[in-house]
Every structure is written in structure tokens, then in C-alpha cells.
Design a binder for this molecule. Sequence first.
Ligand code: AMP
Length: 420
Amino acid sequence: MGRKIQAVKGTRDLLPPETAVWVAVERTARETFGAYGYSEIRTPILEDTELFVRSVGESTDIVGKEMYTFADRKGRSLTLRPESTASVARAFVQHGLHRAPLPLKVFYIGPHFRYERPQKGRYRQFFQIGAELLGDAGPQSDGELLLMLVRFLSVLGFEGLVVRLNTVGDEESREAYRKGLLEYLEPHREALSPDSRRRLETNPLRILDSKDPADHRVLEGAPQLSEFLSAESAAHFEAVCTMLDRHGVAYTVEPRLVRGLDYYTRTVFEIISEGLGAQDAIVGGGRYDGLIEELGGQALPGIGFAIGEDRLIEVLPEKFRSEAMMSSAVAVAAVPPVSAAEAVAVAEELRSENLPALAELADRSVRSALKRADRAGVQWMVLIGEQEQSTGMVTVRDLEQGTQETISRGDLANYLRRSR
Ligand code: AMP
């Protein structure tokens, strides 16, 4: 016997019936984003490594230690995408989409890869549902994108989620702040955690993200980014907040929220969920006004978010989950000696009438067919016995009520539609 092969560490098989939940979440995303004029984009899972190095940034954890990078057979360095904003921006530049009516609004759903230590809520292959708006710099774009995100979460049934919001300013404000922060932190170097000491050299803003208590003590007296904001960046942020107020979106301003990636400018945000433990972020996003130009395109702005679908589903409200897992409401079984092929034929008639139906495929006793139907959450059991078969009738049993009726086979679809 051969050795059993396991799924690769940090990857998972998504199995039925759980996959029904994933499908329902993705359908809801497509519908909600569609209502805001977003269309689906599908970019390759493999990209030139350079794309992420240049956009996400060399000093980030993602590029520094988490990418699945390998040489292909011709020695080209390829990377399994760790995120999709860079890919969307690349596609925008490659296809000259600045010539399309702007802003371009797209969403994506798919697997992403990061070589992280697997734990609850953290996988090496994980799914993101994301949206990007390219080619508009106004605060209404930030505001509407956030409204769309919040609407999606509320359609799924989430309550009490709060958007954590901040601005990291434009490039000049950020650069001025970086200098100010460094000046403040240098004399405290020894009191910082080893990670943060390293970040002093590479990416000092990331120190604000630290969860280490030693770093928190040092940061208490640190200057805040808001003191370094240009008037324009401050006005932009103000306008985004006003819009969220107007629509009753729950948010808090988090002066220390910077987000790790190099390409962020101005508005940044995240949503965390308490039900998740250490890996509590379910959404991250922000503006990236320099990214398209950085990738060789026009100087055009953009903003987007990525939802971690694995984590979202982990804390999904029960009502949405159970409705998504409801299986076919109707099952059809033949009563021996009538052949199971008869059950398939009746089920086919129902499907032609747009009614989903499960057919009992094996010649089994009614008792075992009923047991299976019950376990599958079926409400209506259609039975075809010898008597029914010879008279063109079927018996419909309501498994919830325990009642049954014999009706003409030709009326079955209408009968079920009426009874639903
Ligand atoms: P990020 O681009 O890192 O902000 O990621 C956006 C979202 O993707 C996060 O808020 C998480 O919900 C999710 N995510 C990121 N990395 C992982 C991972 N390794 N496993 C599961 N979900 C992840």
C-alpha cells in the first residue's frame, strides 16, 4: 500500500458541506460589489518577483521573509502572489486601463500565499476577497469604498464591527514624520525590542504596529503622524470622516495604525474581530496614490481593501452560515420494486421546472431513504411506489409536519412551489 500523502503544511482542503458557506459568501460579495459598479478581475497567481519587491517594499515582512519565491525552468524568479493590489495595478498599467472610463472599479476573489508560521486563522494558502478603485483621488472614493465594505459585512449579518481608520498622509508628510519619529526613537534605541531596533534601520513606521509592551512604553511620548500632515492630507481625511459620519458608519481614528506595506498613502484602515484571538484582522486596506506610477504607469491614484475570507468565515454569523448550508429541500425515492431510475426521472422533471431535487440513486428501502433525507435536511420526500407508478401519481411527504398527500405527477412541481 502506498504512503498517504497529506496536504502541504499551512494549506487546507475545503470540503462539503462547508464549501456551501464559501460559495454563499462569494455570491454575496459579487452581488454587493456589483451594486456599486465593481466588476471582477482575475489576475495570474504567479507574478514576476520584482512586482512585489517594488510595490509592497523590500523592508516589509511579506517581501523579506514570507514570499513563495522560486526559479522556473528558465531561471526566472517567480512568486506566488502574497496579495493582489500589486497585481491589479500591474494589469492596469499593462493594459493601458487609464484609457478606460475612470475610476476603474474591480474586485477579486482567490487564493494568496505567504510563508508564515501556521496557526489558527493563519495559513500559507489563504483566500482574499478584495476590491480596488483606480483613477480617482477624491475622498468620496474612500468613503464609498468603505460604505461598500460595511454593507457587505452587514448583509452577512455582522453587527458591532468597527472600522479602525487613520491617515498616513502623502509621501511628503510621511517622509517628514519618518524623520521626526527617528529623531525621537534614536535616544531610546536600547529600550526597544530587537525587532523594532531592526526596523529603525529599515522601516521605522512599522514600529508603531508593534505589539511588544517595551515598544509601547517608548512610543508613549512619540510624536504623532497627525502633527506632520500636510493641509491637503488633513482635509482629505476630514472629508472621509464626515462622509462616514453622514452614513452612520462606526469607526474609530487610530493614530498609530500605519499598515505594513510601503505603497500606502493617506487613508488606511482595518477591521478586527474579537472572536479570532491573536490573528484578529479580517480586513485591511488603504489608499496607494503612488503605486501605479511606481509600476511604470501614469501618476494615478488608487484605493482598495482585502478581506481575509478564511477568517471572515471563521467568525461568520450563525444565521448566514446555516442558511447557506441548507441543502436541497426536495428528495425523490422509488419504493422497491420500482427502480431507482424512476426517482431520477421524477427529479429530472423537477429540475426542468427549476426546482432543485436530490434523487435516491440506489434501490433502497423507504426507511433508509427517509433516514438519509432527514440527515440531509430535506423537507419534502417524493415517493414513487408501484401503485403510484401505474396511475401516474406520486406521494409527497412533508418530513417536518409528518403529513403526506398523493397527487398527480404532472402537478408535482406546482404543488411543491405552492407549499414552499
Ligand atoms: P493584509 O494585506 O496583510 O492586510 O491582509 C488582508 C487580510 O488578509 C488580513 O486582514 C487577514 O484577514 C487576511 N490574511 C493575511 N494573511 C493571512 C494568512 N496568512 N492567513 C489567513 N488570512 C490572512
